[in-house]
Ligand binder design. Structure first.
Ligand code: MG
Length: 301
């Protein structure tokens, strides 16, 4: 180990020791009064519900007890007034914003990183106006090249940059949410515990993480362990069927979420479980079946 690496390592250790107690106390999660059962707060992305227009989809969601809406981030700034108007008077909040930025944070090319920073900040500001819990991001998809090497220096760079972005998000009343994916999409970040440890090391409450049951199926050895490891940094959850990423229930026996739900209940997880999936059937039928399945598994958990 050369002096530079040693200094970096020691500094990281010191920062961590100083930061850990504060971020573990506060963290990304807000606590809920003890003793009340944790509700399952379900959310849909824009394409989840049946319906021709967004109004029809939101009507369906409201009639079916869906309390969260997760729009895509692309062009979000221009859609803020429209979305605010569509959600006014409804019992539906913006749960999270699904990506939508250009460029990526771990690009080798500074111009690509700058493009990420500019577009991500635009989405964060719009997310804040919409009262979103956060904006979902991935550090680097496999197809995004050239990318910084997968090593300790890159991780340190990511932590440093995320802390800045997290501060910016906090200034807009929202957060950034790291999403671990499966290896075929993004080798860099694949497990909830790894994402949570990056959040912790930023020592910034504006940097959170999430779990996606679809990706977890490929990468995690335990749904319970994975979601529990998100701890106070866990801000969002995605759900889909576990064989073909359709509506929960479309893959039969594979679609078991009980262990993951048990972790969320034990953590008093206060945020959303949001559908991110397609459907092979008629959504007017497959969506209510999925809701019934998830609600009964939540009871069981
Ligand atoms: Mg996802």
């Amino acid at each position: 180990m050369d002096r530079r690496t040693f200094l970096k390592t020691s500094l990281a250790g010191t920062a961590l020791a100083a930061a850990a107690p504060a971020s573990l106390l506060g963290g990304c999660a807000e606590s809920k009064p003890a003793g009340e059962p944790t509700p399952l707060r379900l959310s849909f992305q824009e394409n989840t519900a049946p319906g021709e227009t967004l109004t029809e989809k939101l009507d369906f969601m409201e009639a079916n007890g869906i309390v969260g809406f997760e729009p895509g981030g692309r062009g979000l700034a221009e859609r803020v007034p429209e979305l605010q108007q569509l959600l006014r008077g409804r019992n539906i909040q913006v749960s999270a914003i699904c990506a939508g930025f250009s460029g990526f944070i771990l690009a080798e090319d500074p111009a690509v990183r700058a493009e990420f920073d500019r577009t991500m900040k635009e989405i964060i500001a719009a997310a804040g106006e919409l009262g979103s819990t956060g904006v979902i991001m991935v550090p680097a998809f496999n197809k995004q090249l050239p990318v910084m090497p997968h090593n300790a220096d890159t991780r340190a760079y990511l932590v440093e940059q995320l802390a800045l972005l997290g501060e910016y998000a906090l200034g807009h009343g929202t957060t950034v949410i790291l999403e671990p994916l499966n290896r075929s999409e993004a080798f860099y970040l694949r497990q909830v515990a790894d994402a949570a440890s990056i959040c912790r090391d930023t020592a910034c409450e504006g940097v959170c993480c999430m779990g996606d049951f679809w990706h977890m199926t490929a990468e995690e050895t335990s749904d319970y362990g994975a979601l529990y490891s998100g701890g106070p940094y866990l801000r969002h959850v995605h759900v889909a069927s576990r064989g073909k990423r359709r509506m929960p229930g479309e893959d039969g026996e594979l679609d078991n979420y009980v262990e993951g739900f048990r972790a969320l209940k034990q953590m008093n997880y206060p945020y959303y479980v949001s559908f991110e999936c397609g459907s092979t059937g008629d959504r007017a039928q497959t969506v209510p079946v999925a809701l019934e399945l998830l609600r009964s598994q939540w009871e069981q958990a």
